[in-house]
Design a protein around this ligand. Structure first.
Ligand code: NAI
Length: 409
């Protein structure tokens, strides 16, 4: 049976804004899509103007994809966030309209881990102060408060992608690793699991925070937790700003309880490079402050530029949603013979039955079928072995609750 494409690929229009790495455009052009690359961000009205005939939108963290924007995007099938966060996208409205959203959750894991290791070494040698003194013309040659990191106890709070990767690298440079996570996590290498946060806080010479930013984690490290730490602890936060009470951290740095700290994320961060940075941590001894650049490396940008297009193309070409942020997750291999239909509908009882009834009525045999739902939508992939008529597609679209029907091949 002859396979045919439901839609010529060059008619699939891709809009990439905010200076996304050109590798992303190259990959999608090689796939046959028509790509427009814009170096800057677009405000709501500019995006509305541009998005009319766009099928795939690629953004970074600044572009706001609001309900109003989505209302003007009748052809939009998928959004790629070339970053980790997706707060800038109205995910709920995307579901209502059957638009799948993808992001790049792992691309900068290694970058964060490398920075954490570097900071541990710098802080253990008291280098932030020594470097500052040199710039002020002060020569302070001394081994006082200078240590190796070898054989020190590293406590990792949050043993997810970054925490686990840090565990491996930290052991390679001779640290003894302890970790605490609220979920059951497999200990990698020789890492030792702590069953309570307190246990970790009391054992660690260096504490590195890698929890996610869920609201319950607000101020999870405050005065009480600092009191439980060893005297002269090194404290590193490259996760999210609100998880640490920075007033309490500032007090503990001043008292010497915390002998060194590296902080990359803050409860209040400037919105752009022009706004001033304010924090009670400014000007404190052996304190490294960085502007939320833990994951910002060129290597991470390159990885993001290939990861996100791959996810988008897997969705467009095969219906794969296994890494989607908002869609029910389904992954199917390419079909050798036949056609693949995608049906996105409101999560209401009986829709699958109606789809199958419609196909049976047209004498279409089903080769395989998968349904996954979440609280809002149902996502059905149906593989069939026969050519279909436009009438079938129209009937599928007419099923009560349908949001979108698409033929992949
Ligand atoms: P992840 O989701 O893979 O891991 C987070 C882990 O923390 C999970 O295992 C979770 O169970 C655990 N956790 C959550 N609350 C906890 C608690 N109260 N106590 C103990 N464990 C807890 O996330 P991933 O990719 O490892 O990222 C970690 C953090 O790093 C996130 O907050 C992320 O936003 C941040 N990040 C920061 C970057 C930067 O530029 N500074 C770049 C990339 C990520």
């Amino acid at each position: 049976m002859e396979k045919k494409l439901s839609y010529p690929k060059n008619k699939i229009k891709v809009l990439l804004v905010e200076g996304i790495h050109p590798d992303a455009a190259a990959m999608m052009e090689a796939e046959g899509f028509t790509v427009e690359l814009i170096a800057t961000g677009l405000d709501e009205d500019e995006l509305i103007e541009k998005i009319k005939d766009v099928a795939i939108l690629g953004i970074r963290s600044k572009t706001q994809v609001t309900r109003r924007v989505l209302d003007h995007a009748p052809r939009l099938l998928a959004i790629g966030a070339f970053c980790i966060g997706t707060n800038q996208i109205d995910l709920d409205e995307c579901l209502n309209k059957g638009i799948a959203v993808f992001n790049a959750p792992y691309s900068n894991t290694r970058s964060v881990v490398e920075l954490a290791i570097a900071e541990m070494i710098l802080l253990m040698r008291n280098l932030p102060d020594k470097i500052m003194a040199m710039h002020q013309g002060k020569w302070q040659k001394s081994a006082n408060s200078s240590n190796e990191i070898r054989n020190k106890a590293l406590g990792i709070i949050g043993y997810g992608n970054i925490g686990a990767q840090l565990s491996i690298l930290a052991e390679a440079v001779g640290l003894k690793v302890y970790y605490y996570d609220i979920e059951e996590k497999l200990a990698l290498g020789n890492a030792v699991k702590c069953t309570t946060l307190r246990e970790l806080l009391t054992v660690a010479d260096i504490i590195s925070l890698h929890v996610d930013g869920r609201p319950e984690n607000k101020n999870m490290i405050g005065a009480r937790q600092f009191a439980q730490m060893k005297d002269g602890v090194i404290f590193i936060n490259l996760s999210r700003g609100h998880v640490v009470d920075v007033e309490a951290l500032s007090e503990n740095i001043k008292s010497g309880k915390v002998r060194g700290s590296a902080i990359d994320v803050f409860p209040r961060e400037p919105k752009n490079n022009k706004e001033a940075f304010e924090s009670p941590l400014k000007g404190l001894p052996n304190t490294m402050l960085t502007p939320h650049i833990g994951g910002s490396t060129l290597e991470a940008q390159v990885k993001i530029a290939s990861f996100v297009p791959e996810m988008l193309m897997n969705f467009i070409n095969r219906g794969n949603t296994s890494t989607s942020v908002n869609f029910p997750r389904l992954q199917l291999s390419q079909l050798e013979v036949g056609h693949r239909l995608i049906h996105i509908h409101r999560n209401e009882a009986g829709v699958l039955g109606k789809i199958d009834l419609c196909l049976a009525k047209h004498n279409i045999n089903i080769l395989g079928q998968h349904l996954k739902t979440n609280e809002k939508i149902g996502y059905v992939i149906t593989d069939i072995d026969k050519k279909y008529s436009p009438a079938v597609l129209q009937e599928l679209k007419d099923i009560e609750g349908s949001i979108r029907v698409r033929v992949l091949y």
